[in-house]
Design a protein around this ligand. Structure first.
Ligand SMILES: [Mg+2]
Length: 298
């Protein structure tokens, strides 16, 4: 893997060929640092503003692809007019797009049953948080005491046998979390492919330049799709000390912010000139023609 910021000049060059940029990103651990309780993972005002400004650029589309339920991720990010994919891409919403994986939809009652079973088996362990997200379930064990973690693993393993044997659901590990998903052939990678097909009809010749950033195992499916497409950037967020299908890495969500800042400045026109005021603040001198646009008298 190569450090994306170190390779920025090369990447900025490649962006020149792009006719449409599709910036797709995971949320937790990518745009926000990992926190003790998932409800506390807040998007900083700076990153929110960056994403909003990027989404307003011509030929630029922003999509957030998360394991959270779609209502949850929409509320967390809170930007209008961008695409949201929740439950690992099982549901997608945005301007001109509304998708729920039909098979996953039929699984809702089964997910409720599994949630009940998991809560009965694990509910007494202190610090466990079993989250029913409608189409999937997250078993968060970040706050479980070290002494009890083996118990969590063995109970989940025991249950996963019967859950998976029935062919109804799959249990996959993540960062201090188990994800229970319907056993459908769908993942973040498939959702990314769906978005790329929508915005890049005609394949690579369409000039679509996809970007995907993520920090966890479920994000590898996304990296695979980007790398297979051949033109774009796949970015693993974290220390590059584990194998990943991503071509680039950024160490922290702070480095992701730096990347977004670079991306925005690459796309925005350079102001005509910059002047320093007496107080030392930099002010932007606008194109003089713009000053002719007077406000309508009220
Ligand atoms: Mg994540």
């Amino acid at each position: 893997m190569e450090h994306l910021l170190s390779e920025w000049l090369d990447v900025a060059n490649r962006l020149r060929e792009a006719r449409r940029i599709l910036l797709m990103s995971d949320y937790d651990g990518t745009l926000t640092p990992i926190v003790e309780r998932p409800e506390l993972a807040e998007l900083s005002p700076g990153v929110k503003e960056l994403l909003r400004s990027l989404s307003h650029q011509r030929g630029f589309t922003v999509a957030i692809i998360s394991g959270r339920a779609i209502a949850d991720i929409k509320a967390k990010v809170g930007i209008k007019g961008i695409i949201y994919a929740g439950n690992h891409g099982l549901e997608i919403e945005g301007p001109g797009i509304s998708f729920v994986n039909p098979i996953a939809h039929e699984f809702r009652p089964i997910i409720n049953v599994i949630h009940y079973v998991l809560t009965r088996a694990l509910g007494k362990i202190r610090g466990i948080f079993i989250e029913n997200k409608g189409l999937t379930i997250s078993v968060h064990y970040r706050n479980v005491e070290q002494a009890n973690i083996d118990e969590v693993h063995s109970i989940v393993q025991r249950l996963s046998g019967s859950v998976e044997a029935a062919g109804k659901a799959r249990i996959t590990p993540g960062k201090k979390v188990y994800e229970v998903k319907p056993a459908v052939n769908w993942d973040k990678g498939k959702a990314i492919k769906l978005l790329m097909r929508r915005y890049g009809k005609g394949g690579r010749r369409s000039g679509l330049f996809p970007i995907y950033m993520g920090d966890d195992l479920t994000d590898e499916d996304g990296f695979r799709v980007i790398e297979h497409y051949g033109q774009g950037i796949s970015v693993f967020v974290g220390e590059p000390d584990r194998p990943s299908l991503a071509r680039y890495f950024l160490r922290t969500p702070d480095e992701v912010t730096t990347f977004l800042t670079l991306l925005l400045s690459r796309l925005q026109p350079v102001p005509d000139s910059i002047q320093e005021t007496e107080t030392g603040d930099m002010i932007e001198m606008r194109n003089p023609n713009q000053d002719l646009m007077l406000e309508e008298p009220s």
